[in-house]
Design a protein around this ligand. Sequence first.
Ligand code: XMP
Ligand code: MG
Length: 179
Amino acid sequence: MQNDILEILISEEDIKKKVTELGEKLSAEYVGRNPLVICVLKGAFIFMADLVKSINVPLEIDFMAVSSYGASTKSSGVVKIIKDLDVPVEGRDVLIVEDIIDSGLTLSHLIEMLNNRNAKSTRVVTLFDKPSGRKVDLQADYAGFIIPDAFVVGYGLDYSEKYRNLPYVGVLKPEIYSH
Ligand code: XMP
Ligand code: MG
């Protein structure tokens, strides 16, 4: 698995530091409140698990799985709900936890949906951000790392459902894609 990686972009240690930092900022933002923290599956599952350990306010968690229609690796912007939330968001302070924002299409649909369900507030934290890929005007409230427009894997992120368990984030060797 490690042999398929061309270059480590962000080390395990740097990710750890950044996640703790984000948790501290979010603890300050949500002090005195009880946020509903939503993990966007599957990519954000490791980030979510590490992040909530650094947020020291009482919180609840829930999971949501969405997918873009079509087989392309690029987002189509049409979001299909694979698994909806278990709890209502009405009146809640919602924190969406994303792995990576590229075009921003997936997230803009999610935010619209949560606003339609009358969330009290909606904030977004993403570990990785590719601003160069944006197709809609959308910014995360909290972003860990700005990364170049390369396809990355590891720390939850996959290529064809593999590499999610790598503890760092890296770029795949080009020959892996051509298999
Ligand atoms: P959009 O374009 O809607 O897409 O912002 C966000 C979703 O696209 C996936 N994505 C990636 N997945 N490596 C991945 O493993 C990447 O480099 C990458 N770029 C985008 C991801 O599922 C994200 O939630
Ligand atoms: Mg994916």
